[in-house]
Each structure stands twice: as structure tokens, then as C-alpha cells.
Design a protein around this ligand. Structure first.
Ligand code: NAP
Ligand code: F7E
Length: 348
């Protein structure tokens, strides 16, 4: 039986990857950080919480990472932990660099110092491309990051390549384009929209405020994307791969489709609020996944229309269960969507 260590197992990808690896017969270890309120709802929602070995570790604490490697004795490490919300990285650029950038160095050093042969997956991102590249973006498109998040990910990307070349570590970058699901965090635009659509359709809310409606993304389905992570580590040689659907759609398209899925007209319910605009935003992402198809045999089945339907249906279903008095692990009821969160001085 193989051992896998997943950092960031409490996040969207961590939960789906854990389920996939359990199904493949792995013993799954996952790092979590101690929070004042526990955050295991995704593992519980997917029904796998009891099958995971949890290890406390923080990506800014090298000792805890070394312990996690020693305790789990992994054959494969999937490094998913990061402060992954691009918007927040402008407000907390230093911790973005520390957690999301230097965290990669801490893990790679733990692998280098370990006596085991450990394969390493780094969660790289389409945000590395930034602006100024004509789509579709592939493994050879130059990077041009435009957020503290993507600058930190750029460091992680190159460190992964460098440790592969310098130390012969089996280390791969998955350059994953946006991937979403019903367990996506509520800050991200797709889930923010699907959750709002469900609440509006059920009379629990009337309007939702968004930012840049023109931004275009290549949105895929997270459960399919985690399969590509595993495939990368099963190849004869380590390499870097773009994982994407090859399509691009705007935030406006997503909103229109999601409201229509619930029989609503998006224009009657969507406002634009400056506070959701980013200082810099990536305008258009559209990936070219042909290398992954050719070498990994990976291809996405769920495209944009199906993704929107899956997310809206699941959020509707959960709010209906909630209204019927059912209790189950879930994030939305406790999410402070109307909280007065400030990132600039009042009046600025
Ligand atoms: P996510 O849902 O935000 O999960 C991030 C995970 O990182 C959570 O488990 C979080 O723990 C953990 N984490 C954050 N700060 C940490 C710290 N200081 N120490 C230890 N753990 C920490 O993100 P995701 O969507 O699953 O994405 C997984 C990875 O892929 C991330 O690295 C992300 O940047 C990258 N990525 C995502 C996408 C996408 O579209 N989803 C695309 C490309 C790349 P808590 O639960 O305690 O917060
Ligand atoms: O924004 C625009 C926003 O926050 C998508 C992360 O997983 O994918 C994700 O990063 C677009 C941006 O995701 C709102 O300005 C409009 O143009 O859902 P998002 P992201 O920034 O693309 C990449 C690949 C990662 O690696 C990241 O970890 O939507 N937008 N209105 C909005 N975005 C948000 N969040 N909220 C709005 O109200």
C-alpha cells in the first residue's frame, strides 16, 4: 500500500484528491492547521473524514512540515496548501509570499533531507500567465504574474523545476486553470454566484454584488482535475503540464447561465460593486491541455454548461435541505456575506 501526504487537505482540491487516492487504495495523510473553529466540513461532506490520518502542520513552520513527512513516510506528496484567494493576496502580500512561496521551499527541503524517495506535486496555476499573452496558454507561454499570489506561485514553480534538475527529485508542476465544484470556497466568483442564485431562487436573498464581469476564465470541474495530479506522479519521468478545458467564458457568462439555470434573469439581481474589483486582474485565460491529453491521457468531460448546472443544483439542494431543518456539514449558512470587511479606509 502506498502512502500519500496531502498538504491543504481541508481545501477543495485536498478533499477531492483524498477521496480519489483512498479509492485507489492509498493510505492518506493530510496536514491541517489548527483554527479556532475546525474546518473539516469538505472531508465530512464527501464522507471520508474517518479514513484520513490528520497531521497538524503550518506551511510557515518548517519543523511541523518535517514532522509531517516523518510521520506519514510518504511515497508521494501533493502540495496543495496555499493562501489561494488572489484578491486577499493584495491585502496580505507578505504572508502570501511566506505561505504560498516559501512553503514550497520548506517542503522540498524536507524531501531533500529525507532518506525516502518521495515524488512531489506542486499546485501551480494559470495565474502565472497574467496578462499580455495571447491565448491559448500552454507550457511554453511566458509567465507574467500580476498579483502577490501569482508572484509567490512563480517562486514555487521555479523551485520545483530547480529541485528536479539539481537534486533529481521527481517533482512536477501541474499548471491548473480554474477548477470549481460544489465544495469551492464561497469567496471565489463561481461559488459566490451559484450560492447566491440558490438563495435568490428560494427567497432568502434578493441581490448579489460582483466585481469585474468582463474577466474571462477557463473553468473546469475539480474532481476531474485532481485525477491529473495523480497521473503526473505515475509517469516514467517528472514534467510540467497544463490542465484546462480549452474553453474561455466571462464572469458575465457564468452569471447569466447560473441565473438561467434557476429560471431567473441575472440582470434583475446582479450589481457591480467597486470593492470587488482588483488593483490588477488577469483578463483572459484559456488553456491548451494538449500535452496532458497526449502524455497523461487526461481529458475533461465536464465543460462550462455542465459545471454551472452542477454547482447551481447542488447549492439549491443544500439550501432546500437546510430549510427543511436538516443538519449536515456545509459552509454557506455560516458565511458572513454581509459582513463589513474593509481593505481600504472608509471613503477612499
Ligand atoms: P483552497 O480550497 O483555498 O485550499 C487551500 C488549502 O491550503 C486549505 O486546506 C488551507 O487550510 C490550506 N492552507 C492555507 N494556508 C495554510 C498554511 N499557512 N498552512 C497550512 N495550510 C494552509 O484551495 P484549492 O482550490 O483547493 O487549491 C489547492 C491548491 O491549488 C492551492 O495551492 C491553489 O493555490 C492551487 N490552485 C487552485 C486552482 C483552483 O482553481 N482551485 C487553480 C490552480 C492552482 P484551511 O482550510 O485551514 O484554510
Ligand atoms: O476570480 C472576477 C475576478 O476569485 C475569477 C484561485 O483558485 O483560480 C482562482 O483565482 C475572476 C477574477 O478566481 C468577483 O476579478 C468578478 O477576474 O473566482 P476568482 P481567480 O482569481 O481566477 C486560479 C487559477 C488560482 O490559482 C487561484 O488560487 O472573477 N470577479 N466579481 C470576482 N471574483 C471574486 N472572487 N468575487 C467577485 O465578486
Amino acid at each position: 500500500m502506498k502512502n500519500a501526504l496531502i498538504t491543504g487537505i481541508t481545501g477543495q482540491d485536498g478533499a477531492y484528491l483524498a477521496r480519489l487516492l483512498l479509492d485507489k487504495g492509498y493510505q492518506v495523510f493530510g496536514t491541517y492547521r489548527r483554527l479556532s473553529t475546525p474546518n473539516f466540513w469538505r472531508l465530512q461532506y464527501l464522507g471520508i473524514f474517518d479514513r484520513i490520518h490528520l497531521i497538524p502542520a503550518d506551511m510557515v513552520d518548517a519543523a511541523s512540515i518535517i514532522s509531517a513527512v516523518n510521520i506519514s513516510q510518504p511515497d508521494e506528496i501533493y502540495h496543495l496548501a496555499a493562501q489561494s484567494f488572489v484578491g486577499a493576496s493584495f491585502a496580505q502580500p507578505v504572508s502570501a509570499g511566506d505561505i504560498t512561496g516559501l512553503g514550497v521551499a520548506r517542503i522540498l527541503e524536507a524531501i531533500r533531507e529525507s532518506s525516502r524517495e518521495i515524488k512531489f506535486y506542486q499546485a501551480s496555476t494559470s495565474e502565472l500567465y497574467g496578462n499580455g499573452n495571447s491565448p491559448p496558454q500552454s507550457e511554453t507561454t511566458p509567465f507574467n504574474p500580476c498579483s502577490p499570489y501569482s508572484a509567490a506561485k512563480l517562486y514555487g514553480y521555479w523551485l520545483t523545476v530547480i529541485y528536479r534538475q539539481a537534486y533529481g527529485i521527481f517533482a512536477c508542476n501541474g499548471i491548473l486553470f480554474n477548477h470549481e465544484s460544489p465544495v469551492r470556497g464561497l469567496d471565489f466568483v463561481t461559488r459566490k454566484i451559484s450560492n447566491s442564485v440558490a438563495k435568490i431562487a428560494l427567497g432568502l436573498q434578493d441581490r448579489v454584488a460582483l466585481g469585474n464581469l468582463e474577466a474571462r476564465r477557463d473553468w473546469g470541474y475539480a474532481p476531474e482535475y485532481v485525477e491529473s495530479m495523480w497521473l503526473m506522479l505515475q509517469q516514467p519521468r517528472p514534467d510540467d503540464y497544463v490542465i484546462a478545458t480549452g474553453e474561455t467564458h466571462s464572469v458575465r457568462d457564468f452569471a447569466q447561465k447560473a441565473f438561467a439555470a434557476a429560471g431567473l434573469d441575472w440582470e434583475e439581481h446582479v450589481d457591480v460593486d467597486q470593492k470587488f474589483l482588483r488593483l490588477l486582474d488577469v483578463e483572459c485565460l484559456q488553456g491548451d491541455p494538449s500535452k496532458a491529453k497526449r502524455l497523461l491521457g487526461w481529458e475533461p468531460a465536464v465543460k462550462f454548461d455542465d459545471l454551472v448546472d452542477i454547482m447551481v443544483k447542488e447549492d439549491m439542494h443544500r439550501w432546500q435541505r437546510c430549510l427543511a431543518g436538516e443538519a449536515f456539514p456545509w459552509d454557506a449558512p455560516s458565511y458572513p456575506s454581509d459582513a463589513r470587511i474593509l481593505t481600504r479606509a472608509i471613503g477612499e
